[in-house]
Design a binder for this molecule. Structure first.
Ligand SMILES: Nc1nc2c(c(=O)[nH]1)N[C@H]1C(S)=C(S)[C@@H](COP(=O)(O)O)O[C@H]1N2
Ligand SMILES: [Mo]
Length: 198
């Protein structure tokens, strides 16, 4: 299978591959606000709601049948570590947006997750192929502690913008703040501009 290299992304932000104030790690640390939530593949459902033409709901099987791709990406945590060359397989955000048909007045998106976590991004920051809904990491099912069965990755943002255990997105016509954004972390979270806190 072919893999798309997204590790040159930093050029778009006029930055080095390792953003300022970050340290490269070969480990993949786990950062969660609480414990790993249970999930049941039989009852799990992924929902697309809000300002769209058609609200959508996918079973686990249906989600896995969506057209998907594999990308190599870097991962930047706001606490200061970066992991290079992660291989992620999943569905791109624009693929989902197209299936739902997004209203013209959408400006923002809220991601929600099985552990109650939420995070927000402007719509234009979501409509990028590297914003992936991921179920496979380095050729194996995404480990539960890293957000399995399904998580979002946002290589152009600090990693708290990528909800682990994601089970829904809502298209919004007004900006709203998610879990960490309400608690002082940056709304915009550009690693090359060190947008860590707000
Ligand atoms: N659902 C959920 N997603 C989450 C979090 C969380 O607590 N719950 N933590 C965020 C934070 S702060 C970071 S840095 C990354 C960490 O991902 P990792 O544990 O796979 O390294 O997940 C993000 N997504
Ligand atoms: Mo984080």
């Amino acid at each position: 299978m072919s893999t798309t290299d997204k590790t040159e992304l930093h050029r778009e932000f006029d930055g080095k591959r390792l953003p300022p104030g970050q340290r490269k790690t070969s480990k993949f640390p786990v950062l969660s606000k609480g414990s790993t939530p249970d999930w049941d593949p039989e009852t799990w459902e992924f929902s697309v709601t809000g300002a769209v033409e058609t609200e959508l709901a996918f079973s686990w099987e249906e989600f896995r049948d969506l057209s998907n791709e594999t990308q190599t990406q870097d991962f930047h945590c706001v606490t200061g570590w970066s992991k290079f060359d992660c291989e992620f397989t999943g569905v791109t955000f624009p693929t989902l947006a197209e299936l739902a048909g997004v209203d013209d007045d959408v400006v923002h998106v809220m991601f929600s997750a099985l552990d109650g976590y939420t995070t927000n991004l402007p719509f234009e920051d979501c409509m990028r192929d590297e914003v992936l809904f991921v179920w496979e990491y380095d050729g194996a099912p995404l480990p539960r502690e890293h957000g399995g069965p399904l998580r979002v990755v946002t290589p152009h943002k600090y990693a708290y913008k990528g909800a682990k255990w994601v089970d829904g997105i809502e298209f919004l016509t007004e900006p709203e703040r998610g879990y960490w954004e309400k608690r002082g972390y940056s709304n915009t979270a550009n690693p090359w501009n060190e947008e860590r806190y707000s």
